[in-house]
Design a protein around this ligand. Structure first.
Ligand code: COA
Length: 391
């Protein structure tokens, strides 16, 4: 289906925290072979917010960068949605803090979307549907995917931590045109969850891998059926593929499942690896330096995937959120993809951030554990930033 007026990503802004931990240092701290993280999981570094940064800082940083490169003032934004699982309040949306700092108010729909790592994608699809409807009155939408991922210290998920934010303005498809149809899949599952009041998530790693693969297969097959092509042809022809990336090995395994189903490994057992190296791995190097930024992780890969693309080149974006749900959409590069202005911001962030020592990380975790078990996050944030509750 084509719309009379194409809609998509008009501007992109990325933001990561100012600190990171090299997983070799982390392996030393946890007395583990570093190859487990680098080869076994495909991870290299994790971005960390530490005490003085919050998801609000990340979301604001990304939003300001996306807004800066866009023509039109704040009064042209009619929709603000944040996808996150690092919310600060059970009732108030994270957009409250972000809109206050941006001075964004008035004729605006502003809310938070939660569905584990799928929240950013759901917010983006809702923004797209709103922008295509008469309700938008021609205004643009601002969507932010942001998370600060910490697992309990010494738990199996700890090496897959990370943090970051991706902001997208949905309007003219200057960077990428979004397909009107996306392909969703869902099933109830207890693969990853964080009960109310608990500081860290619980994860059933093997079940999350199983659900992720199941979701990927269902979504890619649905797309191929709708577009009347075989999965094998799709995999051969698509220019680049981005996936939600809890850790890169998970993505590689999912692609292996797709290749097996498409029966393209029969004559060449290395085919899945070749496809991964050609179409997926080049767009995962930012994720390897950031770690799992949950809702934002797919969109960091998409942002890298779009860099330098010629107009009309098509890429796929597969999103997964525990609980569980998945969604696949196709994006077509627009005229501003080639110059990739957003990439420079991120390269600057990478070059300016501080590498933590294992000891610094260990003492941060000790402080964080004590704080998280003693205070609600929103109270902590408000005290730290000196915010006042608006009446
Ligand atoms: N050298 C190379 N590879 C090594 C290794 C070494 N010294 N030691 C272990 N490995 C490999 C293992 O063989 C395994 O690879 P495989 O899965 O291809 O067989 C991989 O490293 C992980 O090892 P494993 O023993 O399974 O690790 P673990 O029990 O510590 O848990 C996860 C790993 C991924 C399950 C855990 O990190 C986790 O739960 N992460 C969070 C997952 C998540 O985010 N899910 C929710 C969102 S979708």
């Amino acid at each position: 289906m084509r719309l009379s007026e194409p809609v998509g990503i008009a501007s992109l802004g990325l933001k990561i925290p100012s600190f990171f931990l090299d997983l070799k240092d982390f392996a030393h701290l946890r007395n583990t072979d570093p190859n487990k993280y680098e080869i076994g999981l495909g991870c290299r570094e994790m971005a960390l917010c530490l005490d003085q940064h919050t998801v609000v800082d990340l979301a604001l940083g990304a939003a300001r960068r996306a807004l800066m490169r866009r023509k039109g003032g704040l009064d042209q934004i009619g929709f603000l949605a944040i996808g996150t699982e690092s919310g600060l309040d059970m009732s108030a949306p994270l957009t409250k803090w972000v809109a206050r700092e941006l001075r964004l108010s008035g004729a605006l729909r502003s809310y938070e979307v939660k569905h584990a790592c799928l929240g950013g994608t759901l917010a983006l699809r809702q923004a797209y549907e709103w922008r295509c409807s008469p309700a938008s009155k021609g205004k643009a939408a601002l969507v932010i995917a942001v998370d600060d991922t910490l697992y309990e210290a010494r738990s199996p998920g700890e090496p897959t931590q990370g943090a970051g934010a991706v902001a997208m303005i949905v309007d003219e498809p200057l960077i990428a045109e979004m397909d009107p149809c996306s392909h969703s899949w869902s099933r109830p599952a207890d693969d990853f969850w964080r009960p109310v009041g608990e500081p860290y998530p619980h994860v059933d790693g093997p079940l999350s891998l199983e659900c992720y693969n199941q979701g990927a297969l269902a979504c890619f097959q649905a797309y191929c059926e709708d577009t009347n092509q075989t999965l094998g042809n799709f995999l051969e022809n698509i220019k680049g593929m981005s996936f939600h990336t809890p850790f890169p090995k998970m993505v590689q395994k999912a692609l292996g499942v797709l290749c097996e189903k498409a029966e393209i490994t029969a004559g060449n057992p290395n085919k899945a690896k070749e496809l991964f190296l050609e179409k997926v791995a080049p767009h995962l190097t930012w994720n390897q330096k950031i770690g799992n930024s949950m809702t934002a992780s797919l969109w960091f890969s998409v942002a890298q995937n779009l860099c330098g693309r010629r107009i009309g080149e098509q890429i796929s974006a597969f999103s997964y959120g525990s609980g569980c749900g998945a969604e696949l959409q196709l994006l077509t590069a627009g005229p501003e993809a080639q110059a990739a202005a957003w990439a420079q911001d991120l390269q600057e962030d990478f070059s300016q951030r501080t590498r933590l020592s294992a000891q610094d990380y260990d003492s941060f975790r000790t402080r964080n554990q004590a704080v998280k078990s003693g205070f609600p996050a929103a109270e902590l944030l408000q005290n730290k930033r000196g915010f006042r509750h608006a009446s």
